[in-house]
Write a protein of this length. Structure first.
Length: 116
């Protein structure tokens, strides 16, 4: 599985960004798709995930501000980020769990920087 994330950049606090991740595999062959974030000096943490039944999960810190979605026709995973805060800064990675697999497969990450 190959993943290509895009859409990161520099934005002021309160602004919005939309991240996209192109997935080489059929979305219907995936058990889960997710966005993780890694801030400088910290571990990679879950931001949002969507499972094959379309159940979504969000980190408490982003609930009400971020929305995860997938486009089956285009094989794309998206993350709409609104009301961004400086603490949202980090490298955002898209990841997928293919059916039958026991781990995430990762893309290369896209940097999001939110200035105060």
């Amino acid at each position: 599985v190959q993943l290509q994330a895009s859409g990161g950049g520099l934005v002021r606090a309160g602004g919005s960004l939309r991240l996209s991740c192109a997935v080489s595999a059929s979305i219907f062959s995936l058990d889960a798709m997710a966005w993780y974030r890694q801030a400088p000096g910290r571990q990679r943490d879950l931001v949002a995930s969507i499972r094959s039944g379309r159940t979504t999960t969000y980190a408490d810190s982003v609930k009400g501000r971020f929305t995860i979605s997938r486009d089956s026709a285009n094989g794309t995973l998206c993350l709409q980020m609104n009301s961004l805060k400086p603490e949202d800064t980090g490298v955002y990675y898209c990841g997928v769990v293919p059916t039958g697999a026991s781990r995430y497969y990762w893309g290369q990450g896209t940097l999001v920087t939110v200035s105060s």
